[in-house]
Write a protein that binds this ligand. Structure first.
Ligand code: ADP
Ligand code: MG
Length: 412
């Protein structure tokens, strides 16, 4: 991939695909505002660098899933406002994506000025990867930069379509994401410990499978653990557990070097599968609510009518020890329903263990990032991946279309 420093940008219009798909909330008037600006802040190094070199910037992003037509609540206006607050730029938001108004605004840009297009998914051609729409986007600019790692697993007009039409380069964030994640897969400091939790079990089976082949230990928490515990014959009560995932979990157990066999075995067998660590105890609740009755379960047999909502103290202790001994830690997915205080301890303790770990620490996943932020630990990890689905797909070993489109891209 070419980098932005390979492009001659002064006086030229550069279309920059950024990932401003930020979480939103409503203010007192019921108007949408930016709830978390992490993704905006992470896009700034690329934008600042291009501005400093005299580029005329046209930023393009999606927000939410507007299904190909304008939706007032998904306008990028609040994002434009936050960008102005963060940077002090007099940034213009075009009321449309492509069309006469956007062309006029793009033509009127001076060196270092910034134009933000309206939500690119207001156009049906975006997710359809429509070549005509890609051409309309490309016609706004002379050069293309993709810094939207979070959208790199999608073959959309603004990610892959435009890259084929203009001289292209990867932004700083996309470069760093691909470099760090590829590094974990190809040459990690060992032992490599992958911690996988959260609720999207079906989305993460592929990643667990890959880490069983590559890592030294795979540590399971969150609602993710119930298909595994079920496959081992334990009762899961009313816990979140999709019956369809149980056979997948059984297969993963069989593929592992064994469940919780030994502590830090001396030396790593580079060719053997990883050890699998499952919870030994759980925190259960009658409901997922602040005031629900809560119990610490000695073991993992969840009684009828109860839900496993967090990992227990013995599990925390065991997992923290594994993390402390790791050369590289990859963490994706909370250890419990951490948004609800009675069930936040496991996630907090694992977040702290990751933050303290002497090894290289990489965290991926929107909710895992939110958990780190809640505990004030987002700066204590080496790399906080912005990717979500793109991060998981890259780690699974899939080729990301947005990255592929930049590889071998021409540079003018
Ligand atoms: P990420 O976004 O980090 O990839 P996921 O989206 O897979 O993580 O899962 C996060 C969600 O999983 C959180 O909202 C959390 O409340 C929920 N969760 C974790 N453990 C449990 C559990 N035991 N029961 C119910 N929900 C859980
Ligand atoms: Mg999530």
């Amino acid at each position: 991939m070419k980098s932005i420093d390979d492009l001659e940008v002064r006086g030229r219009r550069v279309l920059v695909r950024v990932d401003f798909n930020v979480p939103m909330q409503k203010d007192e008037q019921g108007d949408p505002t930016v709830a978390d600006d992490t993704r905006i802040v992470q896009a700034l190094p690329t934008i600042e660098r291009l501005r400093a070199r005299g580029a005329r910037l046209i930023l393009v992003s999606h927000l939410g899933r507007p299904e190909g037509r304008p939706e007032a609540d998904l306008s990028l206006a609040p994002v434009a406002e936050r960008l102005r607050e963060l940077t002090g730029w007099s940034l213009t938001l075009s009321p449309e994506v492509v069309g006469e108004r956007s062309r006029e605004l793009a033509r009127g840009l001076a060196d270092g000025e910034v134009l933000l297009l309206e939500n690119v998914r207001f156009e049906p051609g975006e997710t359809a990867g429509d070549p005509d729409f890609a051409r309309a986007l490309a016609e706004l600019a002379d050069l293309y930069v993709n810094d939207a790692f979070g959208a790199a697993h999608r073959a959309h007009a603004s990610t892959t379509g435009v890259a084929a039409l203009l001289p292209s380069a990867a932004g700083r964030l996309l470069e760093r994401e691909v470099g760090t994640l590829t590094g974990i897969l190809e040459s990690p400091e060992r032992p490599l410990v992958a911690i996988v939790g959260g609720a999207k079990v079906a989305d993460k089976i592929g990643v667990i499978d890959r880490f069983l082949a590559l890592a030294d230990a795979v540590v399971i928490g969150g609602a993710m653990c119930f298909p595994f515990l079920r496959a081992q014959g334990h009762a899961v009560g009313a816990s979140l557990c999709d019956a369809e995932e149980v056979p997948h979990a059984r297969r993963l157990i069989e593929r592992s070097a064994g469940v919780d066999v030994g502590d830090h075995p001396g030396g790593h067998d580079a060719h053997g599968p990883a050890r699998l660590l499952l919870p030994r105890d759980l925190v259960i609740g009658e409901r997922l609510a602040q005031d629900a009755e809560r119990r610490v379960l000695d073991g993992v047999e969840v009684p009828d009518g109860w839900m496993g909502l967090d990992i227990g103290p013995a599990t925390i202790e065991r997992y923290a020890r594994e993390i402390a001994g790791a050369g590289t830690v990859f963490w994706n997915g909370p250890m419990g329903a951490f948004e609800c205080k009675p069930f936040a301890q496991g996630t907090r303790a694992i977040a702290q263990a990751v933050a303290r770990a002497p090894g290289v620490t990489v965290v991926g996943g929107g909710d895992s990032a939110a958990a780190l932020a809640r505990f004030g630990l987002e700066d204590a990890v080496d790399h906080l991946s912005t990717g979500g689905g793109a991060t998981l797909e890259l780690l699974e070993g899939k080729r990301l279309p947005g990255v592929q489109a930049l590889e071998g891209a021409s540079v003018a």
